[in-house]
Design a binder for this molecule. Sequence first.
Ligand code: G3P
Ligand code: CA
Length: 290
Amino acid sequence: MHARAVAATTTALLGTTLLLPTSEVRAVGAYDRPLVVAHRGASAYTPENTLPAIDKAAALGIPWVENDVQRTKDGELVVIHDDSLQRTTNVEEVFPGRAPWKVKDFTAAEVARLDAGSWFGPAFAGTRVPTLEQYMRRVEHNHQKLLLEIKNPQLYPGIERQTLKLLGNEGWLDHRHLASRLIVQSFSADSVRIVHDLKPGIRTGFLGQPSTADLHQYAGFADLINPSHGTLSAGYVSTVHAFTGPHGSPLRVFTWVVDDAARARTVAGYGVDGIITNKPDVVREALDAS
Ligand code: G3P
Ligand code: CA
């Protein structure tokens, strides 16, 4: 029996399938095959966490994109992965005396001066670090869906509330978006719990692989458990699926970062609900072919 079918059977035996409203089933996971999520946008082909990266995902026909949200010195939410601007911008050239170039030590106006594309390739020269507001507007324009990661929340007190306020201002906390277009995740369980407590209608994900003995605690505030693919097994996925999350559905599993076709088919066989990838076209084709 296919791992997904095994998981579904396990869940049914535990009685939780009967609790699933149809809208919940459609919203996240429980598809015939895993969702494909473009990690930092289509980041194998475009500079990560930029507007071209989500445009590329859209051009490839990939609705789901993932990003990383942090905060500038003067309180602007921006989309960037590292806590430093060094790797993905020309900050060293523009502000040579400001090592180690932490995001939290630069104002939004300073960040807006940086080139976040040239490091990737000359075709992307002049690309900017997007503010979260700019990013949300482009995701909306592209009719895409967002797996939003709150990155390094320990550096940015209150970032959860601030992020939700911005999402609300952008119209992303209405029923339509909450039901099918938004998941908020973090490596910080505290941050995920805060998001859940502030806005219980939001689907949330915990990044990591808690021990099975601890999963019941995560099921109180997280709808998804999102582990690295390297340590994943079919047994772990079906164990996660046996728990019911805060919205009455089985916990889901989105795994990361899988760029290889064979590995994508393997983790799909484990029964995962989503695959987060820098090469969403490769993963989609791998799943199409299996
Ligand atoms: O969405 C999963 C993945 O983004 C977690 O790792 O370091 O790329 O943010 P990282
Ligand atoms: Ca991330």
